[in-house]
Ligand binder design. Structure first.
Ligand code: SF4
Length: 716
């Protein structure tokens, strides 16, 4: 039998054909009829089978009693959790509860729909998520330039003539804030049609190997490089005179800012010579169409805020905004950005600051690097109880060891998780959702970031075990149980309303959203007449065509115009200038990396995906190794201000001298995880080295890239 579904492991939304016998998955392959992925698949797709069949996966809710995990019922768990929340808040105030949401939440449309009633029922200011360790600077820039935190233009990779990729590795990720399954083929096609691909990265990545040119760049200097490129564009009169000029302000300010960063001034710090910077700027400006795209390496660093802004600015001033081959806004079937705009939820920044270190909120969330401090610092508003929702912050946020110790000091903790992980092992309750193959799926967030407008809905392949609960049901169940206990419901949704929402079901809400969307059946005269049932009857998905020019209706700024040099960025320019002259001393700079068979922290319990060569090694340039008497395969100790880890070294010229790289998401074994395979694969957590105090002071984003470290041999 065949089942068609969309893979929800990463952002790429690949269409899958799953052959099965009604009980077991027999084979998984790419669906060549999928309008977005066109048959592409990566090895991680088999992770869906491996997670489904994993004996370590929790099937029932559990509570820790005297150090042992004991099964409980959902209703007992919800009631006891609610009682604990209300009791703690009555004693210590509303902010004594902390909530962290991990990035799998973004892959679950139902959890997204249920999150707000849950947040309202808890009523805490201490909310955190993976955003501040990932894409926050891009959201910040979208808010500042386009008027909404999720108003993202997407690279029109299928029609561009030049693609410059900075600090991103789409050959492994298949795109991020750019849903582009099969990106290797898409990049190769740019070259086949006579275009150019340039990769700028401290590592010669898998993407760099597909490119025409690769340039090493010193971690943390992307913003300086981008300003130097902009300076060349202004100085050589290469600014495009396209229609965008009618709705863009701030050009003189942008030119004046860039003047402070001539190519000759940034060359040494970035590691890219002035002549190359000039050439690159000219190539971008004179290509028929071009995209400058940056991802994780540009955002999770000291100057991530500036870098994300400048990426958009270059695309705009070179005439590569809102036109084929440039960056364009998608038109998704459920337009979250438009809905947020209509509801007045465009996003905000700096309305309040964290209690201890004064870090700014972004859209009601403080940086995740602040969780441990907010737990272990006494005083009013201290966190006494944590919820972690589909996240593993002990392995994925800075200074994980300190966070693990802080979690042990809580009065209580609840984790929504399929496993006992490095994080959920600290919880009092773990509430597991059914396996991904037992749930339905619609890529609410990632369809909006697609390089083509499509919509796909997957029904569950296997029936979930009787009386299992999905995350959205747990969110609403706990919220209702809390609100039944509250003396006052000010600002909250009543328990009765939450019960009604639960019985309505997430799929009915999705149906409504699809019908109201741009292709929906409530839109008179639209030929697609979209609803959930039309999507169900199209198992390969529906293609709505390539990206279209639609900036006029996508932009949500008050006056409908784009300020290409918002004031908020100007105050951070002196900090960037100062960094150019900084002496980094004898330290190496640590950067992360992603591998094809791994996805953050959660595929390491698959034997299939972890077999072969060790996945977690330190990449080091032979030049740096020689001066430290380090040989290939030596066990080395990597030390930072916050801690040290031991890891095997791999010597390669693919990493820039002065830089070392470790993949993220590893190091389960010594942190209490009950993961039979992951606990034997070795590896260490890069976040035992990252530093909660090392951050982008403009946006609060964690600086996970460019962490100063020392490396020396432990033994050969
Ligand atoms: S690229 Fe992502 S979505 Fe596609 S098969 Fe791999 S893990 Fe799944």
């Amino acid at each position: 039998m065949k089942h068609y579904r969309t893979c929800n492991i990463c952002e790429a939304l690949c269409g899958l054909v799953i052959e099965h016998d009604g009980e077991k998955v027999l084979k998984i392959r790419g669906n060549e009829h999928d309008p977005l992925s066109r048959g592409h698949i990566c090895p991680k797709a088999y992770g869906l089978k491996d997670i489904h069949e994993d004996p370590d996966r929790l099937r029932r809710p559990v509570r820790r009693v005297d150090g042992e995990w004991v099964e409980t019922t959902w209703e007992e768990a919800w009631d006891a959790i609610a009682e604990r929340v209300v009791s703690i808040q009555e004693r210590h105030g509303p902010n004594s509860i902390g909530i962290y949401s991990g990035n799998p939440t973004a892959h679950s449309y139902s959890a997204i729909l249920a999150a707000m009633p849950f947040y309202l029922s808890i009523g805490t200011h201490n909310r955190f998520s993976a955003t501040s360790c990932d894409q926050l600077p891009h959201m910040f820039a979208a808010l500042e330039l386009f008027g909404g935190q999720v108003v993202f233009p997407v690279p029109d990779i299928d029609r561009t003539d030049m693609m410059v990729i900075i600090g991103g590795n789409p050959a492994v990720s298949n795109g991020s804030i750019m849903t582009a399954p099969g990106v290797n083929e898409r990049l190769q096609k740019i070259r086949k049609r006579g275009g150019r691909v340039v990769v700028i990265d401290p590592r010669r990545t898998e993407t760099a190997r597909l490119a025409d040119e690769h340039l090493f760049i010193t971690p943390g200097t992307d913003a300086a490089l981008l300003l130097a490129i902009i300076d060349v564009l202004f100085c050589e009169d290469l600014i495009d005179e396209g229609p965008w000029r009618d709705y863009v302000d701030g050009l003189p300010m942008l030119a004046a800012t860039a003047r402070r960063f001539p190519a000759a001034r940034v060359a040494e710090a970035t590691g890219i010579d002035a002549e190359t910077i000039h050439r690159l700027a000219r190539e971008i400006a004179t290509a028929d169409s071009a995209i400058v795209y940056g991802r994780l390496g540009t955002s999770t660093q000291e100057f991530g805020g500036l870098a994300a802004w400048l990426l958009y600015a270059i695309n705009i001033i070179t005439g590569n905004f809102d036109r084929p081959g440039g960056i364009m806004f998608g038109r998704p079937a459920v337009d979250l950005a438009a809905v947020a705009g209509l509801l007045g939820q465009k996003g905000h920044f700096g309305r309040r600051h964290s209690r201890v270190n004064g870090r700014p909120e972004f859209n009601d969330e403080f940086p995740a690097s602040e969780i441990a401090t907010e737990i272990d610092t006494p005083g009013e508003g201290r966190i006494r109880m944590m919820f972690t929702i589909a996240g593993n912050p002990v392995l994925s946020t800075p200074d994980g060891k300190r966070l693990a110790a802080a979690l042990d000091g809580l009065e209580s903790m609840v984790s929504f998780d399929m496993y006992v992980t490095a994080t959920s092992s600290h919880a009092e309750w773990i509430l597991p959702p059914p396996s991904p193959l037992e749930r339905d799926h619609y890529g609410l967030v990632f369809h909006a970031l697609g390089v083509r407008n499509t919509a796909k809905y997957s029904q569950p392949l296997f029936a979930a075990e009787p009386d299992s609960k999905e995350d959205w049901q747990n969110l609403l169940g706990i919220a209702a149980a809390i609100n039944r206990r509250r003396r006052t419901l000010k600002g909250r949704v009543s328990a009765a309303a939450l019960d009604r929402l639960s019985s309505l079901g997430a799929a009915r809400l999705l149906d409504l959203a699809l019908r109201c969307g741009p292709y929906g059946s409530f839109r008179r005269g639209h030929e697609n007449d979209l609803s959930l049932s039309t999507l169900i009857s199209a198992p390969h998905g529906i293609d709505f065509g390539p990206l279209e020019s639609r900036a006029a209706d996508a932009i949500q700024t008050k006056d409908g115009r784009i300020d290409v040099a918002p004031d908020v960025y100007q105050g951070d320019i002196p900090r960037l200038e100062k960094s150019l002259a900084r002496d980094t001393g004898p330290h190496l700079k640590l950067i992360g990396r992603r591998t094809l068979r791994s996805n953050n922290t959660w595929l390491h319990n698959s034997r299939r995906l972890t077999k072969g060569k060790p996945g977690c090694t330190l990449l080091m340039n032979p030049k740096d190794a020689r001066s430290r008497s380090i040989k290939n395969n030596d066990l080395v100790r990597v030390s930072s201000r916050t801690g040290s880890v031991d890891v095997t070294v791999t010597l390669t010229r693919d990493i820039m001298p002065g830089v070392v790289s470790m993949p993220h998401g590893w190091g389960h074994a010594d942190k209490g995880a009950k993961l039979a395979v992951a606990n034997t694969t070795g590896g260490a957590s890069i976040n035992d080295l990252t530093d909660a105090s090392f951050h982008d002071s403009l946006t609060g984003t964690s600086a996970l890239s460019g962490v100063p470290v020392n490396v020396h041999t432990v033994r050969a």
